[in-house]
Design a binder for this molecule. Structure first.
Ligand code: ADP
Length: 759
């Protein structure tokens, strides 16, 4: 038991334990007890007060009487705004309750003051400025206690402002942040700048209902009469976070969809291109057999459709590129008139069947050879003419090409397909160029089609800097026209497939090839092609069998499919290079156009790659280039990409000078240049592909003197000197292409020079 010290001063009343004013009164409203806090305010002594009427000590005695009556009636009153005599601040609210005095057995009233923090009132301008702000604003004093808030705070946190004012800011924060927020505010006072709170971390605030929500808080200081105060601007970012989350989810979904599309396209690529490989390959083989003119015509039409189909498949497979507007157009020389007549030939039977007429109007001022993308042009014309044929039942289809503009380098042509068919309603015309749109709801059922044709036409034309137009009248017919720019060329003729003819005439013997391919049809096709080349061959169904073959036999070259069961082409190449230590040339064969690339094959140790459907001509060139047999042909692979410039790149000044303009000597020297340059260029390209810096350097150095001889600009000599010296292989690539381009242009110009000399 505790002992009580003798000199302890006893409190007179239990009311003393309360730090705020307390008064106890009886049913006559007379004071029976009072504490010192109350006495201090009214500046009276306890003995003078006991037994007197309580309402004398409040400013509004009538109100006190009313409240006391209410108290006896209902048992309590709550937060009444009463004011004590002698007390001027309005920071006390009074709560009263009835109490039963056990000693006197009477009911008494206890009235207790409750000190409340009063909202700090700033001048009205500042206060209305706070109210005008869209964010919740809290003014906090140095102790971290809230001094003032705007209405947005009440809305955001669900409290009435009286419930917040005077409380520590921690009231509005989840408990796990209290300490860090408090420290932050303290630090902030030490080093105040307008800044965001909790940079890089997610802050949360706490609602009255205890739920948490994400916020952004900006702090700034205000120099007030009472010193520095902090103004915290709080923004609820729940909505923003929700949108961010939804956006992230949508992006992930979209990325996954793109990935699956890519995967699907890669698989489809393989599945579709492999049989196409056989169809196109065998038509090429048939074309090289004895055929009647009619047969040749039909097979050529099949081959052309096959080529067009492959391009179309590539387009569809390349959807991602199309979506991103990254379609690449080839720039190669082609004969326009020949192209057009071959395409229109495809429609002859159909047109005869429908008993309609086809009229072709061709502007004779168009140069014979143009530079552009012939396959895409085929695709555009095919789509438009097949629509015209499809939707026309009587009358005629007029196909026209005319020159619109021309300068030294460029020419712009207008193609038109005019029919006397069913026509298109005016309000449907704008839609027909969109994906999967048809002008009539019945179109698909009656005429078939997907509504994709014109969308592709538009993309193909606009992608090349052209434009498409349509005019149509329902029941009368339609005219689809498009304008396309082309480059001009010096050439007056191009050689079509003469490479094949040449090697058929001079078959290269004694070359043994290992075909590594699992698909039987492809094996058969490869066999036929190699038979044609006059090469010997063995077939291995997968990488593992190929390795066995290579252990037993010598081969000049391996044609390696990439996707095979048991062991794929990459693993097999790895084994051949690293375990067998064989440097046999390996050419990758792949139908997978979306993911495969030269770098990947080269990285695996292969020497080159060729895509399926196999272009036998290119395969032949690649094989011969790799094995360097004596009958190696000169290959100028990118001659097709050669773009002429109006500016001549050669100058005969030097040759004239040293030969004293002797035509025989000049012819001889030009012929040497024409013979040697393509070989050197091929050497340069090949050594670059094989990462063989030494051969690359020496080939480039052999080329350098020729620049001066044929008068090519000095800058190319400088480019050539950089190759192999101060460069990476990647940089070299562009320089090599630049050299190749200028040499190809020089070759063309020198051929003309030779013609002039001979004449
Ligand atoms: P598809 O022909 O596969 O339906 P297209 O994109 O080529 O798709 O054509 C879209 C629609 O435009 C066609 O379905 C047809 O309604 C209309 N259309 C195209 N060309 C003609 C034409 N020459 N005459 C009448 N309607 C045409």
């Amino acid at each position: 038991m505790n002992t009580i010290k003798k000199d302890l001063i006893y409190t007179t009343s239990l009311t003393e334990i309360h730090s705020e004013p307390v008064i106890v009164i009886d049913s006559d409203y007379k004071v029976t007890d009072i504490n010192s806090k109350f006495l201090n305010i009214i500046k009276k002594k306890r003995e003078d007060i006991i037994g007197t009427y309580c309402y004398n000590y409040f400013k509004d005695s009538e109100r006190v009487k009313k409240n006391c009556a209410k108290l006896f009636e209902i048992g309590f009153f709550h937060d009444e705004e009463l004011e004590l005599v002698g007390h001027n601040e309005k920071d006390l609210l009074y709560n009263g309750f009835v109490y039963k005095n056990e000693k006197t057995k009477n009911s008494e009233l206890v009235i207790i003051g409750r000190k409340i923090a009063l909202e700090k009132k700033y001048d009205t301008k500042f206060q209305s400025f706070l109210e005008s702000l869209p964010d919740a604003i809290i003014i906090v004093n140095h102790d971290g206690n809230i001094q003032s808030v705007n209405t947005q705070v009440e809305k955001l946190f669900g409290y009435n402002r009286n419930e917040i004012i005077g409380n520590p800011i921690a009231l509005l924060m989840p408990s796990r942040f209290k300490e860090s927020h408090h420290n932050h505010i303290q630090n902030y006072f030490a080093n105040p700048k307008v800044r965001k709170m909790g940079e890089g971390m997610q802050l949360f605030a706490k609602h009255k209902d205890q739920t948490e929500f994400p916020v952004e808080i900006s702090l700034s200081t205000i120099d007030s009469e009472e010193g520095l105060i902090v103004c915290a601007s709080i923004r609820d970012v729940s909505q923003q976070k929700k949108i961010e989350k939804e956006l992230k989810e949508a992006i992930t979904k979209a990325e996954n969809a793109v990935k699956s599309k890519q995967q699907f396209l890669t698989n489809m690529s393989h599945e579709i291109r492999t049989p196409m490989n056989s169809i196109i390959g065998f038509t090429k083989v048939i074309l090289r057999t004895e055929l009647t003119p009619k047969q040749k015509e039909y097979i050529s039409a099949i081959k052309m459709s096959g080529d067009t189909l492959i391009v179309l498949i590539n387009d569809i497979l390349d959807l991602a590129k199309v979506d991103a507007g990254k379609m690449v157009f080839k720039k190669a020389p082609f004969k326009l008139a020949l192209s057009i007549s071959t395409i229109l030939h495809l429609f002859e039977t159909k047109i005869q069947e429908k008993n309609i007429e086809l009229v072709v109007k061709y502007d004779q001022n168009i140069p014979e050879v143009l530079i552009g993308d012939a396959i895409r042009l085929h695709q555009i014309i095919l789509n438009l003419v097949s629509n015209a044929v499809k939707f026309t039942f009587k009358g005629k289809i007029t196909f026209g090409v005319r020159k619109l503009t021309e300068d030294d380098e460029n020419i712009s042509l207008e193609f038109s397909v005019c029919d006397t068919g069913i026509g298109i309603e005016a309000d449907k015309i704008d839609q027909i160029f969109e994906n999967f749109q048809q002008a009539h709801s019945q179109t698909s059922r009656i005429f078939g089609g997907t509504g994709l044709g014109l969308a592709i036409v538009k993309q193909l034309v606009e992608g090349q800097g052209g434009s498409v137009h349509v005019e149509s009248e329902l029941g009368k017919g339609s005219t689809f026209s498009f304008v396309l720019p082309f480059k001009k060329t010096y050439r007056t003729s191009i050689v079509v497939d003469d490479d094949i003819i040449e090697f058929i005439d001079n078959p290269t013997k004694n070359i043994k090839v290992l075909i590594v391919e699992d698909v039987e049809l492809n094996q058969l096709l490869m066999k036929t092609i190699l038979d044609d080349f006059g090469f010997e061959y063995d077939i291995a169904e997968n990488g593992k069998i190929a390795i066995e073959n290579l252990k037993k036999d010598n081969y000049d070259v391996v044609l390696m499919d990439l996707q095979m069961p048991v062991m794929n082409g990459f693993d097999a190449t790895n084994f051949i290079r690293n375990t067998l230590k064989s440097s046999v040339p390996i050419i990758a064969l792949s139908a997978d156009v979306t993911s495969i690339n030269v770098e990947k094959c080269l990285a695996a140790g292969m020497n080159d790659y060729i895509s399926k459907p196999i272009d036998d001509n290119a395969l032949y060139r690649k094989i011969l280039t790799l094995i360097k047999k004596p009958k190696q042909r000169i290959e100028i692979e990118s001659i097709e990409n050669y773009e002429p410039k109006t500016q001549k790149c050669t100058d005969m000044g030097y040759l004239n000078k040293i030969t004293k303009s002797n035509p025989k000597l000049m012819t001889e020297m030009i012929n040497v240049y024409l013979d040697q340059t393509p070989i050197l260029i091929n050497f340069i390209k090949k050594s670059w592909l094989e990462n063989d810096f030494d051969t690359l350097k020496s080939a480039v150095h052999k080329l350098i003197p020729s620049f001066t001889i044929v008068g090519i600009d000095k800058k190319y000599e400088e480019i050539a000197r950089k190759i192999g010296d101060e460069s990476t292989m990647a940089e070299c690539k562009n320089w090599i292409l630049e050299l190749e381009n200028i040499c190809l242009q020089a070759i063309e110009e020198l051929k003309m020079e030779l013609n002039n000399l001979n004449n």
